[in-house]
Design a protein around this ligand. Sequence first.
Ligand code: PLP
Length: 395
Amino acid sequence: MKLNLNYLQLNESYLFSTIAKKVNAYAEAHPDKKILRMGIGDVTLPLAPAVVTAMQRAAGEMGVKETFRGYGPEQGYPFLKNAVKEYYAKRGISLEEGEIFISDGAKSDVGNILDIFDTANTVLVPDPVYPVYVDTNIMAGRKIIYANATADNGFLPMPDEKTDADLIYICSPNNPTGAAYSVEQLAAWVGYARRRGAVILYDAAYEAFVSEEGLARSIFEVEGAKECAIEFCSLSKTAGFTGTRCGYTVVPHALERDGVSLNKLWLRRQTTKFNGVSYVVQRGAEAVFTEEGMAQVQKNLAVYRRNAAVLADCLDSLGIRYTGGKNSPYIWMECPGFSDSWKFFDYLLEEANVVGTPGSGFGRNGEGFFRLTAFASEEATEEAAQRLKLLLSKA
Ligand code: PLP
């Protein structure tokens, strides 16, 4: 018996536990202070009424002999796959139902997709990064190289022909930097991947936040992407499904390597290791894509967008540089007067009672940066912006 000792190579993830420890210690020592948490990556607004009604109806069906359902198709019910297909079609992207796989969220599939790739592949990951891309590859023992996302490239690294990568992770709009690629920039990545036979793993978990013209919401807006990319998407941030769990992954039929269809491999993987998302949740997800559901979901997204704008305006008025906030719920700011993200964290916590996320927790290039999120309440966001303005204008 041998263990997978690659697990011992994982860095302990101290980021959110250290934040919680520091915040709890401060709160205990200062029970009279109102702490504003602007670091959360979870949504706070409830599910859309159309989603709740659809799930209640579906739960009712499950309690009646005639409409009860047992195991569903592993890759999702056709009613939901068709709704996703229509969602893409409205943006001019034509997909086949068989290219869409319903998932229990983007995190699972971003990790699980690695089952269909050899462990000898070299993986290119941006730095700073959503830690799941790194850790899932360390678990499999793959070689990881980094694409530097810095202020100089607007936190949008572009391909370097000298870099030899087989799997390429792109997250746009990005967590943590909030930066979003244009269709034109993604076309450069698609060209690079196609030239070397690499596969792009495109995380579009925040696509619903894109509002500016010319920025991509899907990699399939780029011609030729179906021959080199897999897209992961989620209803977590789009529709408040973080606790409900539903997403979808697109593996195009045109994506082949060495004459083997990746869609076929993924279908085989899913039918072997996954038994599908619950019927009730899939009915709730279907409701997101109805006219009524979309309008309700957009209302919530508008609140988060306004919050992001409040924070962005505050930083503008202070002359602090940042990315994100316009097409993303994340704002990635420079730590003014601080080169150490954690020192800035302590300063904000102690002097303004505002909590964010130190950029260094997302990778080497995150040092000196700080992530704020738009997911807190409108009141808390307004108050946090005022406190930041007061404190940082003195600095
Ligand atoms: N991808 C990115 C970039 C994320 O930031 C997150 C969650 O924060 C996820 C995926 C996970 O999404 P899900 O809730 O669908 O698993």
